[in-house]
Design a protein around this ligand. Structure first.
Ligand SMILES: Cc1ncc(COP(=O)(O)O)c(C=O)c1O
Length: 369
């Protein structure tokens, strides 16, 4: 009796879940211990080095006890922000609890009513969600299209913000940042670059694409996340002193949440001490990317010089079937389904890592013949 009443009360949930199942797009949490990792964003294998039992991480506090504006501020977090700002040649850095929070906190608070935000159509959900929370007007432009961006900038009102990823999370391709910043400067627009998948991977020391192209002084803000190549958790927004002070005062995702604990920030600090020197790992990664790109397979591969390799298998059912066959061979490879990507561009998102081997790559490409 109680159970059926409960079920009735949740009918609306079941209806939506059934809809998902009928689209072959139902998501479930999985455990994949022991499989060959072609899935995680741990590009350099750093998460394995930053172990919680490492003496310097284990010996600091695991709770920050409040918002940064209340009890949650402490010397290590300030020091780490200075380290990050110096490494990325930025005036300041402000740590957020995740990349999702950083995008939400920046984009919801900085652009105001009457302003305009233009964003790449393939931008990550956290960018889109931040924009949705802003009172500014917003429009997408087709992926990497400078012409369309310029057309939209001509009509934009108020302060103008252009948002892009430097390495796109689903296709692994790069934004044309040098050309994009020139267009932004022509129309007085502020460029915001999400470097989530470039951090640790792109640039001589893993600084990201903006610094690789020497554009750091021309960007309004950069977002670097720590949950991917850096092997830990959190993110930082880089920008001017005024931007940092503004976020501390107005960014709700910064103000109304418990700060990261010392243990997390210690891991971030250790990661910034380690990854700049991981040249051998970045070389190995580039070698594996070349090998994967150069080996013909049965499906269409997106052109990508980054560890994110998209193999397009149109259709939710079709891509799930191919992923299932690969998983049965112990490859941890996930299908990316509609509605996460547009219909007919469903794909296997294959992520390469410095710790993958040439043999694993040839065994994988062999399974995709
Ligand atoms: C481009 C991009 N931005 C932001 C994020 C969010 O970062 P985080 O996982 O730290 O919340 C991700 C990944 O999840 C991403 O791919």
């Amino acid at each position: 009796m109680f159970l059926s009443l409960q079920l009735m009360k949740e009918d609306f949930l079941h209806k939506k879940l059934e809809e998902r199942k009928s689209q072959n797009a139902y998501r479930q949490l999985k455990l994949t211990e022991g499989m060959i990792d072609f899935c995680s964003n741990d590009y350099l294998g750093l998460s394995k080095l930053l172990h919680p039992e490492s003496p310097s991480i284990g010996s600091v506090k695991h709770g920050s006890t409040g918002s940064r504006l209340l009890a949650g501020n402490y010397p290590l977090i300030n020091e780490t922000e200075e380290l990050i700002a110096t490494f990325h040649a930025a005036p300041t850095a402000l740590i957020f609890n995740s990349g999702y929070d950083a995008n939400i906190g920046l984009l919801s608070s900085v652009p105001q009513r009457g302003d305009t935000i233009l964003y790449d159509y393939l931008s990550h959900a956290s960018i889109r969600d931040g924009i949705r929370l802003s009172f500014a007007e917003s429009f997408s432009f087709p992926h990497n299209s400078l012409d369309e961006l310029e057309e939209k900038l001509k009509k934009a009102t108020g302060n103008k913000f252009v948002v892009t990823e430097s390495v796109f999370s689903m296709d692994g391709d790069l934004a044309p940042l040098t050309e994009m910043i020139a267009v932004c400067e022509k129309y007085g627009a502020h460029l915001i670059v999400d470097e989530a998948h470039a951090t640790g991977v792109i640039g001589k020391n893993g600084e990201g694409l903006v610094q690789e192209l020497n554009l750091q002084s021309r960007c309004f803000a950069r977002i670097h996340t720590f949950g991917k190549a850096l092997g830990c958790h959190g993110a930082a927004v880089l920008g001017s002193v005024a931007l940092r002070n503004y976020l501390i005062n107005f960014s709700r995702a910064f103000i109304y949440t418990t700060a990261l604990p010392e243990s997390s920030v210690k891991a971030i600090q250790m990661s910034y001490e380690l990854f700049p020197h991981m040249h051998a790992e970045r070389d190995q990664l580039r070698k594996l990317v070349r090998e994967f790109q150069q080996t013909p397979i049965k499906f269409n591969k997106q052109q990508s010089n980054t560890p994110i390799q998209a193999v397009v298998v149109p259709g939710n059912k079709e891509v799930k079937d191919v992923a299932g066959q690969l998983q049965a061979k112990q490859f941890d490879i996930r299908p990316i389904l509609y509605p996460t990507v547009p219909t007919n561009s469903e794909r296997l998102r294959i992520v390469l890592h410095a710790f993958n081997t040439t043999e694993q790559i040839s065994s994988l490409t062999g399974s995709l013949q």
